[in-house]
Design a protein around this ligand. Structure first.
Ligand code: AMP
Ligand code: ZN
Length: 472
């Protein structure tokens, strides 16, 4: 597999440190609000990456944090505490907010067929680990105390801006928001590892540390959670493109200074989902969530399909018109699969055809996770002059990675169309039977069922309700 590496700015051959095994880390959500569908674009593409690595035969260990402390409204050390802001907004405690939005995040993931990573660590459960690493960074001379906070000293590094040239403009994000510059810093790029001099008097979550009562910075969370659960060498680290700087830049600074050797081999960044008005935001414009799409009648998997139609390294513009186009294509695709499933003579699976068409799919995914070409490979299968059984087997196979719920949705279409084909007189009898059952007139209900049966239909009670089908 070849994959773009944000540190080298090149598409490189993917070679994990240990043959056959991949250590993968993903920056998790800051759980102060619902995830917007932009955040979820990143998680969808990371899910596809994990599933493709697994499909390609690697044993993947995927770790993710939950940011429930330390993330300020700027990605640096300035602005308000996001969790505290969320708690105030909803008149709840920070931990209540964290639990509620962590659950909401995984519910959204489930709807989008995003697999839960093997290990998920809320930052508040790892305080001892953060303290251990910060203490070691101080001992090694990479960190200093100033004004009550512990800072990482970026002047100690040979190279700090690993992803490219970021200027003072980027570092001044918080300052632009009207927040005072931090005079404690020896260098502009230095960042906080541990706050003891809380800027927020009402900060709810604080812990004892060798430097006084306080709380960790955001960046140290990911470094520690990864090093503890992925080991000293990380193969691939993922996140949205906005995480490159300062978050990932700082993660690298801390981890490599602590370990004394290179840390992560590949950096995978998903570009943004934007609206026509620009960057997607939780506070401006319509707050686009999975639930909102559902309320508007969209299947969440249509949104997944919409994301997969584009390359993860291109920014993607969301509009309902674009989503409607994806919906039309998704509906057509599932209808075609339903049609194939309904065929009586599907033939046998032909191994040679299977392998030939599978290699088209793998070639697309091997090419820096080209999901849109992988979808084209799926269309190629459906058009190919091969047996229906082979087509269906390949669809199932590709969908292990794409996770578009293709067979499941096709089966639902078949059930729906079978129901719609039930004649009106049978449906009327079934309705009369339901009434009789409700009135506890079971002898009449049985009589009606026998009548329906004599007319060639079977009626059964399922968890989803009454089901009528034509006798085989
Ligand atoms: P957060 O919950 O703010 O920590 O962000 C969760 C993830 O979503 C991070 O990996 C971000 O880089 C990513 N992200 C934020 N905004 C967008 C967007 N508009 N499109 C894609 N990914 C995003
Ligand atoms: Zn992170």
């Amino acid at each position: 597999m070849r994959i773009y590496n944000s540190t080298s700015h090149k598409v490189e051959k993917f070679i994990p440190k240990t043959e056959g095994k991949v250590q993968m880390y993903t920056c998790g959500p800051t759980v102060y609000h619902f995830a917007h569908i932009g955040n979820l674009r990143s998680y969808i593409m990371e899910d596809v990456l994990e599933k493709y690595l697994d499909y390609a035969g690697y044993d993947v260990n995927r770790v993710m944090n939950i940011t429930d402390v330390g993330h300020l409204t700027s990605d640096g050390d300035t602005g308000d505490d996001k969790m505290l802001k969320g708690a105030k907004r909803e008149h709840k405690t920070v931990m209540e907010i964290a639990k509620f939005y962590t659950d909401a995040f995984f519910q959204d993931c489930k709807k989008l067929n995003i697999k839960k990573p093997d290990t998920v660590v809320p930052a508040t459960t790892y305080i001892g680990e953060f303290i251990k690493v910060i203490r070691s960074l101080m001992e090694k001379g990479y960190a200093y105390e100033a004004g009550g906070n512990i800072y990482f000293d970026t002047s100690k590094l040979k190279k700090y801006y690993v992803f490219g040239d970021f200027g003072e403009e980027d570092l001044a994000v918080g300052v632009r928001e009207g927040v005072e510059a931090d005079d404690n810093k020896r260098n502009k790029a230095d960042f906080v590892l541990w706050f003891t001099k809380s800027k927020f008097d009402d900060q709810e979550l604080k812990w004892n540390s060798p430097w006084g009562i306080g709380y960790p910075g955001w960046h140290i969370e990911c470094s520690c959670i990864s090093m503890k659960n992925n080991g000293e060498y990380l193969d691939i680290h993922c996140g949205g493109i906005d995480n490159q700087f300062p978050h990932h830049t700082n993660e690298i600074a801390q981890s490599e200074s602590f370990l004394g050797h290179p840390w992560c081999s590949y950096w995978f960044h998903v570009h943004h989902l934007n609206t026509s008005g620009g960057k997607m935001s939780k506070s401006k414009g319509e707050f686009l969530t999975v639930s909102l799409l559902e309320e508007k009648g969209y299947d969440p998997l249509v949104y997944r399909f919409f994301c997969l139609q584009s390359h993860y390294r291109k920014s993607l513009v969301f509009s309902y018109e674009n989503l409607d186009n994806a919906k039309a294509a998704y509906d057509k695709l599932t209808a075609r699969i339903a049609q194939l499933m309904g065929e009586n003579d599907k033939g046998e699976i032909a191994a040679a055809d299977f392998e030939r068409l599978k290699s088209g799919f793998s070639a697309a995914m091997d090419d820096d996770l080209n999901t849109s070409n992988a979808i084209t490979a799926l269309y190629d299968v459906l058009k190919a002059d091969i047996s229906t059984a082979t087509k269906l087997a390949l669809t199932e196979d590709f969908d292990r990675v794409l996770s578009l719920g293709l067979s499941d949705r096709a089966k639902k279409l078949i059930e729906k169309s079978a129901e719609e084909n039930i004649p009106q007189d049978i449906r009327d009898l079934a309705a009369q039977r339901a009434e009789a059952r409700k009135a506890k007139n079971f002898s009449l209900a049985d009589e009606l069922r026998d009548k329906i049966s004599a007319m060639g239909y079977v009626i059964e009670e399922t968890r989803q309700g009454t089901k009528i089908s034509k006798k085989a």
